[in-house]
Design a protein around this ligand. Structure first.
Ligand code: GLV
Ligand code: MG
Length: 324
């Protein structure tokens, strides 16, 4: 391990994160009663320009008056390139900052963007005398944001998570996409002729590099990496495949842009009973090996060492958070 310790952001369950337009207050109650871990009330792209002011009012009222239970609540403000953003921050944090857990910053491009929002939020929190500090979630969804992802990840003590905003990322990089967060048949390789002379097409994951880069920046700064939207909510298999490949790379959660995607995200992002049992067996075997003065041991024919313990500990801790 490097001598540089990685301070971990505040731990929160973030398997699923539901997008709810601030202009649709009739959807708020259902979101509050759902099984989702985090809700973000949107002021940005799901809200038309002439509805922004009313959406802000809806969100402030709902944060103050509704019973959200133990849900983690976030508000997605408008981008720093719009004039809506300053009023989003001032109005929402001044008038409803005490119930707000997180602010989601879309299209973040540089560490200075984070600094600017941090400065505003800090002034408002201090002026209002809030005890709790609001955390930040950043959507990495532009070429500039991806280029500066490491600096963004380390830019504020408020930072909690990085989110891969695949739709805007595709637009920003001018990628060729068909569905939001889906695959593209042209991102593939054609095999050489096989024994029978036939050739096969293997589809690849065109988002792999971007997602993996974001995961590294997040983990190197103690943040949660979260995969963004999957547009076709009538394709649960496609959603699950996208969620699994994000989970395998290290993501802790995925967005739901429709309530039907919540259960899928929770399922994929929770360790299975078999995984938890195996992790507990690993910890037990290592504790016994340590007591006997050994640094490595085998379990069911596989080597277990200290790296296995760290993986098992992460898994058991996740299971504990879910059960809490
Ligand atoms: C999310 O905001 C996205 O653009 O994918
Ligand atoms: Mg976006």
């Amino acid at each position: 391990m490097s001598f540089h310790p990685i301070e971990q952001a505040r731990a929160r369950l973030n398997r699923s994160e539901l997008a709810v337009p601030g202009s649709q207050p009739q959807m708020f109650q259902k979101a509050a009663e759902s099984d989702v871990d985090v809700i973000f009330l949107d002021l940005e792209d799901a809200v038309a320009p002439d509805e922004k002011a009313q959406a802000r009012k809806n969100i402030i009222k709902a944060l103050n008056e509704m019973d959200w239970g133990k849900k983690t609540l976030s508000v997605r403000i408008n981008g720093l390139d719009t004039h809506y953003m300053y009023r989003d921050v001032v109005d929402v944090v001044e008038q409803a900052g005490e119930r707000l857990d997180l602010i989601m910053i879309p299209k973040v491009g540089t560490a200075a963007d984070v600094y600017a929002v941090d400065m505003m939020v800090t002034q408002i929190e201090d002026a209002k005398g809030y005890k709790k500090r609001i955390g930040f979630e950043h959507i990495i969804e532009t070429a500039l944001g991806m280029q500066n992802v490491a600096a963004i990840a380390g830019a504020s003590k408020r930072n909690e998570s990085l989110h891969f905003g695949v739709a805007d990322y595709a637009a920003s990089t001018r990628a060729r996409t068909t569905v939001i967060g889906g695959v593209n048949e042209h991102y593939s390789v054609l095999t050489d002729p096989l024994a029978d002379g036939s050739r096969q097409i293997h589809w690849g994951d065109m988002w792999h590099h971007a997602l993996a880069t974001m995961v590294v920046a997040a983990r190197a700064n103690g943040l949660r990496p979260i995969d963004g939207p999957f547009g076709n909510f009538q394709d649960p298999d496609g959603y699950k495949a996208a969620a699994y490949r994000a989970a395998v790379l290290g993501c802790e959660g995925k967005w739901a842009i429709h309530p039907s995607q919540i259960a899928l995200a929770n399922e994929v992002m929770s360790p299975s009973a078999a995984e938890i049992e195996r992790a507990q067996k690993i910890l037990k075997a290592m504790a016994e090996a340590e007591a006997a003065g050994k640094g490595a041991v085998s379990l069911d024919g596989r080597l277990i060492d200290y790296a296995s313990i760290r993986q098992a500990e992460v898994l058991v801790e996740k299971a504990r958070q879910i059960a809490a």
